[in-house]
Design a protein around this ligand. Structure first.
Ligand code: GRF
Length: 188
């Protein structure tokens, strides 16, 4: 194992996790993914991790649990992997300072450009808004949602002769490239 220790948090499909796994395998990223943590037991990203031989952990939030109590439990699980870098790659929960303050560097991938469309369903909202372009960004995680110092962006043109599905595919392709580039830059 070489370089920085990376822990990735996922909630679903994990195509961005897969891009990171592939980039570690080819040496484009010099760090290693030492753990994948999810809030959902059925996240396909967990299967991707297992297939790559990466340890996984699920931390479910119980209804009666406060956000802070959950974030402390999540942070304990992540800290157990002793990460240098924590990557939120499709992790669909807003994290409180209880989590954020535990780690030196936490970064997030968001499918919109800085200052535009924070929150969920950003791709569909860009499509519905009539915008001519949108994009993706990687930023450091701070207390404000989908804000924080920007590490990189990619613009994506919105082809109004195409479909929302085509835009989604273009956005995901841009995310995979940008996230790998950002993590490669941070782990060099
Ligand atoms: C990505 O669009 C990410 O930006 C968003 O959730 C999606 C996750 O995709 N917040 P995947 O699980 O990496 O395939």
């Amino acid at each position: 194992m070489s370089g920085e220790r990376i822990v990735v948090l996922v909630s679903g499909n994990g195509s961005n996790l897969q891009a990171l796994i592939d980039a570690c395998q080819t040496g484009r990223i010099t760090g290693s993914i030492v753990g994948v943590v999810s809030n959902r037991a059925r996240a396909f990203g967990l299967e991707r991790a297992a297939k790559a031989g990466i340890p996984t952990q699920v931390v479910r939030k119980y209804k009666e649990q406060s956000r802070e109590a959950y974030d402390a439990e999540l942070a304990d699980a992540v800290a157990g992997f002793r990460p240098d870098l924590v990557v939120l790659a499709g992790f669909m929960r807003i994290l409180t300072p209880v989590f954020i303050r535990r780690f030196d560097t936490v970064i997030n991938l968001h499918p919109a450009l800085p200052g535009e469309l924070p929150g969920t369903d950003a791709i569909a909202r860009a499509w519905d808004s009539g915008m001519e372009r949108t994009g993706v960004m990687v930023h450091e995680v701070v207390e404000e949602v989908d804000a924080g110092p920007v590490l990189g962006t990619r613009e994506v043109a919105i082809d109004r002769t195409g479909t929302l599905e085509q835009l989604e595919a273009a956005m995901h392709a841009a995310e995979h490239e940008l996230l790998v580039e950002a993590v490669a830059g941070l782990t060099r």
